[in-house]
Write a protein that binds this ligand. Sequence first.
Ligand SMILES: *[C@@H]1O[C@H](CO)[C@@H](O)[C@H](O)[C@H]1NC(C)=O
Ligand SMILES: *[C@@H]1O[C@H](CO)[C@@H](O)[C@H](O)[C@H]1NC(C)=O
Length: 140
Amino acid sequence: MDRRYRISFLTLFLAGCLQGNPIPRLLAGIDYLEENITCDKQFSLSRLQDSCIVAALACSIKELDTVKVECLDKAVHLESMQHHISMTATALQKTIDKENSTTDTSECICEDKRLEKSFKDFIQNIRHLTQAHAAKRLSS
Ligand SMILES: *[C@@H]1O[C@H](CO)[C@@H](O)[C@H](O)[C@H]1NC(C)=O
Ligand SMILES: *[C@@H]1O[C@H](CO)[C@@H](O)[C@H](O)[C@H]1NC(C)=O
C-alpha cells in the first residue's frame, strides 16, 4: 500500500475508535467468544448473500441471546462471558443501527434448518458477515 494511503487509513481507523466505532470492540468480543465459549447447541446460520447482510447480522444478534441462555450452564467465568456476549451483541447492533434493515429483512430468513452448524461456525459466520458488511459500506 502507498505510504500516504496507509497513513490516511490509520487516521480514519483512529478517528473511528475515538468516535466510538463499534468494530474494534466487536472484533475483541468475537475473539473472546471464539476462544472461551464452547457450546453443543446447533446454530442456524444465515446465508451470506449480499442483499441480506444486515438481516443476517440482526439474526445473529438474536442468536447471541440464545447463547446466553443455552451455552453458559457450565461456565466458570459466567459474568465475564455474559458481559462479552452482551458487548458483542451491542457492538453488532451499532454497526447496523444506521441502516435501513427493514427493506432487506423481509426477504431473508433467519433460520434455515439446512444450515445448522456448530458454535464455532456460528462465530466464524458473524466474523464473515461483519467483514462483508464493512466492505460493502466502504464501497457504497
Ligand atoms: C479468554 O478468557 C481469558 C480469561 O478470562 C482471557 O484472559 C482471554 O483474554 C480470553 N480470550 C480472548 C481471545 O479474549
Ligand atoms: C429506507 O427505506 C425506505 C423504504 O424502502 C426508503 O424510502 C428510504 O429511502 C430508505 N432510507 C435509506 C436511508 O436508505
